[in-house]
Design a protein around this ligand. Structure first.
Ligand code: ATP
Ligand code: MG
Length: 367
């Protein structure tokens, strides 16, 4: 899929802008603090209805304005569609082809993006929460069902935690109601665990091929999915449901004591192994970088496999950070397939010979 047109109104430092993009490579060039990342962020927000940089939507609205608007034309094999997102202090409204979408879940999934920014090294090195967020954002884009189960799981988790606190402080006594909440949490949790198992396995296959190609002596990258659900039960929803039920039962006393849910997929993690060793602990900077790049590139292939279309790739300040070999690999992987937006302060250090007739946009003070 391609984003062929984008219009912004009162978005960050853009008062008003409308641009047509190339279906291939778009280079956004400009000095610091001119609005390059803001533009990539706007594309990301148009796709996912949330920013990768902040949880506070108000920050997206231009200082002094009441609302921000992002609209874009997405061209897919099945035709064009016009996406619109209006962010106000009251909340978000989404439209597709001018039709209001009462639920964001109906809006999402129409524009798929993969973003790669320097912070993405956090996928490898950062906390489990970083990796869960990454997994959920990606898998949620690929599968409406995953997103649904995740949203339901989070709602149930909040309710269950609130109820555990009530039990802890003796404001509630009814253990039967706790069982009902546990049962529902186990049901949604089981869907998440089985989906993660399947999608991570596919992603690992793509990532390991890419990683083997980038590294000189074909180092082997593998993923290890860490979940409290035993490995034997992860492939099957019924088995995962039963396993989660047992986990909730065996942790109940401690959960009431601590007033929070201690087990479940909200505690999952994934470890990246290079030649069998956790690259977060034992890998060099370069190995961590290559792992992050391989994982990101694998996302592109996985999205194509799951949705039938390549996503749009957003590269914020990363190209100049990669050495020649990694740049070459990245540019070859996307050539003529994946619409790409990349930001940079300078074309120095970028292998321009690998970029076929890019569209170049100069970004200056929100214009
Ligand atoms: P760099 O090369 O340093 O990464 P950049 O071109 O990517 O720079 P952006 O992050 O896109 O820069 O833009 C930053 C600018 O946007 C800052 O000057 C900031 O003050 C401005 N900005 C951020 N949020 C808002 C807002 N809500 N309203 C107006 N301006 C904003
Ligand atoms: Mg920037």
């Amino acid at each position: 899929m391609k984003l062929t047109h984008l219009a912004l109104r009162s978005y960050r430092n853009y008062e008003q802008v409308a641009v047509d993009f190339s279906p291939h490579i778009n280079i956004l060039i400009g000095e610091n603090a001119q609005g390059k990342t803001n533009l990539l962020e706007a594309i990301y927000v148009l796709a996912l209805a949330r920013s990768h940089r902040t949880n506070n939507d108000r920050e997206l609205i231009q200082f002094g304005a009441d609302f921000a608007r992002i609209s874009g034309t997405v061209t897919r094999a099945s035709g064009d569609s016009l996406l619109e997102l209006i962010i106000s202090t009251q909340g978000k409204r989404a439209r597709v082809d001018r039709l209001e979408q009462p639920k964001l879940s109906q809006y999402l999934g129409r524009l798929n993006v993969v973003l790669f920014a320097p912070e993405d090294l956090a996928i490898v090195k950062g906390s489990p929460a970083n990796r869960r967020r990454f997994i959920d954002m990606e898998f949620g884009q690929m599968s409406a069902k995953y997103l649904y189960n995740l949203t339901q799981y989070r709602t149930m988790l909040r309710q269950r935690n609130a109820y555990l606190r009530q039990l802890k402080f003796h404001q509630a006594k009814d253990r039967v109601f706790l069982d009902v909440l546990s049962d529902q949490l186990a049901a949604f949790g089981a869907e998440i665990v089985t989906a993660r198992t399947a999608l991570l396995a596919k992603m690992a296959t793509y990532a390991s091929t890419i990683h083997g190609d980038i590294t000189k002596d074909r180092e082997a990258l593998s993923f290890s999915y860490q979940s409290q659900v035993p490995e034997a039960a992860r492939g099957d929803t019924e088995a995962a449901y039963a396993a989660l039920g047992e986990l909730f039962a065996s942790h109940q006393a401690r959960e009431i004591e601590q007033g929070t849910t201690l087990v479940g997929p909200h505690r999952d993690d994934v470890v990246f192994l290079v030649n069998g060793k956790n690259v977060a602990n034992f890998g060099s900077q370069g190995q961590q970088r290559t792992t992050a790049l391989a994982v990101k590139l694998a996302e592109i292939d996985l999205m194509k496999a799951q949705t039938g279309e390549y996503p749009v790739l957003l590269l914020d300040d990363v190209l100049s950070e990669l050495d020649d070999a990694r740049q070459t690999h990245l540019l070859k992987a996307i050539q003529n397939k994946v619409q790409t937006f990349l930001t940079t302060t300078s074309l120095d250090g970028i292998a321009q010979e690998l970029i076929d007739s890019p569209a170049v946009f100069r970004v200056q003070a929100g214009a």
